[in-house]
Design a protein around this ligand. Sequence first.
Ligand SMILES: C[S@@+](CC[C@H](N)C(=O)[O-])C[C@H]1O[C@@H](n2cnc3c(N)ncnc32)[C@H](O)[C@@H]1O
Length: 234
Amino acid sequence: MTTNENLIKSADRVKDHGEVFTPKWIVDKMIDQPEIAAKVRSLTATFLEPSAGEGAFLTEILDRKIRYAAEKSKNAHEFGNYALMVLSTLYGIELLEDNVEMLVMNMKDTFSDVYRELMYDLFQTEPDQKVYDSAKVIIRANMAQGDALKKTDALGRPIIFSEWQPVGKTRVQRTEYTFESIVNGGGPTGTVQEVVEEISLDLFPDEAQEAVDETPARHFTQCKWTDIYKEEIE
Ligand SMILES: C[S@@+](CC[C@H](N)C(=O)[O-])C[C@H]1O[C@@H](n2cnc3c(N)ncnc32)[C@H](O)[C@@H]1O
């Protein structure tokens, strides 16, 4: 994984996919940039990493955002909601299957470790299993295996992301959009597109984008943050 500074897996992968992971000191320096740091200290500002690798940037942003969520929380229950809220703002796309597996695992581990640590240290309470279960669903939905240029998944279908719209302090409305519609201005908030521009490592030229067919979205019922794991559909 990237944190033990194994930055290259093989010369072929560097040649074929530009796969060189970012060392932690550079990740920290980039996230410390004032305009990025301001969005890290936000419960709702979104980030998309279109070449996420094993999650060098996303895991560090997640760590910092959960700590910010704890600062804003009055009690353990509110912290559970806010921890899920900040997790839901982080999106990743990665081409290679083994990297996506590591990305998902690293996001789950980071979430669990920081959430558990702060529940015990700040709120002197056991972690809530429903928070862990809902976090897993969010991570699966927000970390896509696919081609960020073609905006398609490993099977050639459109990449689909979920918007997690907070409804008051305790509830959320999940809505699915194709990545294509988000990038081309059809998305609900524009924030995902904004962050592609901000944090993209400029690996991918615009002209490589291709149109993809729309896929019908599922309609999720509005629910509590801690009931996301149920994935109830209307
Ligand atoms: C330079 S590495 C950076 C990884 C990570 N962002 C980091 O900083 O450690 C680029 C990553 O982009 C992935 N990649 C290459 N082409 C891609 C594409 N068309 N769509 C999505 N990911 C791609 C590679 O597999 C590789 O993991």
